[in-house]
Design a protein around this ligand. Structure first.
Ligand code: PEP
Ligand code: MN
Length: 357
């Protein structure tokens, strides 16, 4: 199904000027925190203010959002500072009261986007309403599910649609809170033309130091905008404290971004190079995993007085991998030499374990 899109047409925003910035705290906490943060952001030229009124938390018992009480605070931000306001909606009731309170932009969170029942209910609640809706990627990297969610909302008549790429959850926590997997939004853009793509480096990185490099990567990939969490006192934030920055740090980060407006051919090359970077990162993660397992084997061998190198197993690995490589269009010698190098490092790491007392 083709999406029927129309320009986002955010009032007062020049969307050609990349990046369009949406900034504000993870959560609305108090009226003072909200107004103070918004005022500072506005003084740096931020025109779109975000704040979570209802918060999807992993565990019960945490701060689950201030709720409806916070909506008039957002209205103040709109009326007094002239900013557009945005909040996350997860139920039809949220949609109804947010719109009644004059919220300008709705976004659907990553957890909700993973649930077609919930997305359909939201879509039904949005029927006949002309409001810009930003959809985060679902927590799992399922492009069809993501497109399906966009279709549900679009079928309800929402044509001012945009997506926010915030990365994907993983079992093992690594450098990123949510893996970027940049090739997924690149493919989404190839499949759906004219869909504005924003990046949320705050939830992707999970740490404030990662906001700048991830924002730069998003800009290099031609993303249209950024949604970044900013708080007047980040360390004391009631949610996502580690990934929020003060408005002046945000301004510094935005100021340092290099925005390249490359021609189409360069953009294609750039996106292919990013895919290479992405695959290389995955290779490194896999290699690190393999070494971790190797070290566990080393510990086992040590405990059972076995030798580090078990020649038969090594010979088997080399010939099997060589043949697998040939089936995938690579030369036997190339694949063997890679596995020789990997084996050498595995042995080195196992010997290290053996020699540790
Ligand atoms: C958020 O933006 O505060 C949020 C909860 O994000 P996500 O849905 O991407 O986890
Ligand atoms: Mn958050």
């Amino acid at each position: 199904m083709e999406l029927k899109l129309s320009p986002l047409a955010l009032p007062g925003i020049d969307e050609e000027q990349r990046p369009v910035v949406i900034a504000g705290p993870c959560s609305a906490e108090t009226e003072e925190q909200l107004i103070d943060t918004a005022r500072q952001l506005a003084s740096y030229g931020v025109r779109i203010f975000r704040a979570g009124i209802w918060k999807p938390r992993t565990k019960p018992g945490g701060f689950e959002g201030i709720g409806e009480e916070g909506l008039p605070w957002l209205k103040r931000v709109h009326d007094e500072l002239g900013m557009l306001t945005a909040t996350e909606v997860a139920t039809p009731h949220h949609v109804e009261v947010a719109l009644a309170a004059g919220v300008d932009i709705l976004w659907v969170g990553a957890r909700t986007m993973a649930n077609p029942f919930a997305v359909q209910e939201l879509a039904d609640a949005m029927k006949g309403i002309d409001v810009p809706v930003f959809c985060k990627n679902p927590v799992n990297p399922d492009l069809e599910l993501r497109i399906g969610g966009l279709e549900r909302i679009n079928q309800a008549g929402i044509t001012r649609l945009a997506v926010i790429h915030r990365g994907f959850s993983t079992y093992e926590k690594r450098l990123y809170r949510n893996l970027p997997m940049w090739h997924v939004p690149i493919e989404l853009r190839r499949r759906i033309h004219g869909l504005p793509i924003y990046c949320d480096p705050s939830h992707m990185g999970g740490r404030r130091e990662l906001i700048a490099p991830l924002s730069q990567q998003a800009m290099d990939l031609g993303f249209d905008g950024l949604m970044i969490e900013a708080h007047c006192n980040p360390d004391c934030a009631w949610s996502d404290a580690k990934q929020q920055v003060t408005p002046d740090v945000l301004d510094f980060i935005l100021d340092k971004l290099v925005i390249r407006n490359s021609a189409q051919t360069t953009a294609t090359l750039e996106s292919l190079r990013k895919q290479i970077d992405n695959v290389d990162n995955q290779l490194l993660e896999h290699l690190a995993d393999r070494m971790r397992i190797s070290r566990e084997i080393g510990a086992y061998k040590k405990e059972h007085n076995m030798t580090v190198v078990q020649t038969r197993r090594y010979g088997e690995i080399l010939s099997k991998r060589g043949a697998q490589g040939v089936l995938r269009g690579m030369s036997n010698d190339f694949v063997k030499s890679i596995f020789e190098a990997i084996h050498e490092e595995s042995v080195r790491q196992q010997v290290e374990i053996m020699n540790k007392d």
